[in-house]
Design a protein around this ligand. Structure first.
Ligand code: SF4
Length: 434
């Protein structure tokens, strides 16, 4: 049996869920877990292989662990996850000091390597690395979409939904361990069920999850725009436990760019979808992300994107610069837009969004919001409203002076200040908000 193990997680929330599942299995095998890799005997790195910057971070983390092994600080280095899934042979050749490489979701292999046995029947259980009151629920893995810039299907395979009964069991486990907010994730959450139930039934899943005792908020992320299910819009609209929030990466708005990106959606249909969201759910918070500097993006295309962001007034916008990825269908287009021009476009778009976000936040002055308290920082309690997903969106800050608060609870907060990204407020009552 291995001595103490430290798990380092890189990349997205889907990797976080994989690590939490692995760490639970390590715990169930009575193998010691430790946060600090310097104190461990074995270091496991759950890597990301999405874009250049993420790959670099993964390789640097591997090299740091190998340096610790070479200095005798640790005995074993195990590498897993997306980068390893995608470049196993190259990594084995270039970094032979790594003891073993695993792909994605190979819990059995890793547990065996540590001298344990996989507790298959308990794979739905997780050791949370997020605050216990909020947890990600990964409802499927892989993706069937052919987006030209994306390497994820190369690492995660095609779309594979998790059966509803397993997801309910996992969510009940989380709720029994104090989770109040479930954040629904996948590569494309709207495709849920099509492979195992012959129809897309995300709405049914959301409804069943909302019936679990203790779950108060369900937040939908990673939705795909091309054929957004109407029954999901109705479920968000009518179900009080589903946050009036949607994360829907649009990537671009120019028809030429969308076509080359193989997104299967047009500018017209995208605008119609946003309009439908707002018509059906007027106070919905819309988060989206865009890629700038895509090979065939002209100045005119970029201007069109800027106009679209101005007129659409999204609540939250993230912007990435195009990263050329081998074995994706856009690889043959090369990378003609210079890096500094990509950065310029990214900054222009984020400046536009900053003003919009400022005005949106201003509109919450004097309003009451239900806030889930995540942590404290200096003089403030840090919380989030229905408008804020963890790590990527804004926060609600409550001054510690005059406010006594429990982490992990909901409170009604009166908003009395704001800036571009965050809101500030005070408790309306000392009682938890139900
Ligand atoms: S939807 Fe497109 S961008 Fe998202 S994971 Fe699938 S292929 Fe990649």
């Amino acid at each position: 049996m291995s001595g103490k193990v430290s798990v380092i997680t890189l990349g997205c929330s889907k990797n976080t869920v994989d690590s939490e599942r692995l760490m639970k299995q390590i715990q169930l095998n009575k193998i010691g877990l430790i946060d600090d890799p310097n104190e461990a005997e074995t270091v496991i790195i759950n890597t990301c292989g999405f874009i250049e910057a993420a790959k670099e971070e993964s390789i640097n983390t591997i090299l740091e662990a190998v340096a610790m092994k070479n200095s005798g600080k640790i005995k074993k280095v195990i590498v897993a996850g997306c980068l390893s899934e995608r470049y196993k042979n190259e990594l084995q050749k270039d970094i032979p000091e790594v003891d073993v490489f695993f792909g994605t979701e190979n819990y059995e292999g890793i547990i065996k390597e540590l001298g344990g046995n996989l507790k298959k029947e308990l794979l739905g259980e997780r050791l949370l690395t997020t605050p216990s009151h909020t947890a990600y629920l990964k409802i499927s893995e892989g993706c069937d979409h052919p987006c030209s810039f994306c390497a994820i299907p190369l690492m995660r395979g095609l779309h594979k939904s998790k059966p509803i009964d397993e997801l309910i069991k996992e969510a009940e486990f989380l709720a029994a361990n104090n989770t109040k907010e479930l954040i629904i994730i996948a590569q494309d959450t709207t495709d849920y069920g099509k492979d195992i139930y012959g129809k897309r039934n995300l709405a049914e899943l959301l409804n069943l999850l909302s019936k679990i005792k203790g779950i108060e908020w369900i937040r939908l992320m990673y939705a795909y725009p091309s054929t957004f299910p109407d029954d999901v819009i109705q479920e968000i609209k009518l179900n009080p436990k589903i946050c009036k929030y949607i994360d829907i990466p649009l990537q671009h708005i120019s028809d030429d760019v969308l076509k080359s990106m193989r997104r299967g959606v047009t500018a017209k249909r995208t605008k119609e979808l946003i309009k439908k969201f707002r018509a059906e759910i007027p106070d919905i918070t819309i988060r989206t992300t865009f890629i700038v500097g895509y090979p065939n993006e002209t100045e005119k295309d970029f201007d069109e994107l800027c106009e679209f962001v101005k007129e659409s007034e999204f609540d939250r916008v993230g912007t990435f610069t195009f990263s050329v990825e081998e074995n994706t269908s856009s690889f043959i287009l090369g990378d003609p837009v210079p890096e500094d021009e990509k950065e310029r476009r990214k900054n222009v778009l984020m400046e536009i969004q900053k003003d919009i976000s400022y005005q949106k936040n201003k509109s919450f002055l004097g309003k009451k919001l239900k806030v889930l308290i995540d942590s404290t920082d200096g003089d403030f309690y840090i919380g989030r409203s229905y408008r804020d997903a963890p790590e990527v969106d804004g926060e609600v800050l409550i001054n510690k002076k005059n406010n006594k608060i429990n982490i992990g609870e909901f409170y009604d907060v009166l908003i009395d200040d704001f800036d571009e990204y965050d809101l500030y407020g005070n408790l309306i009552s000392k009682e938890r908000s139900l």
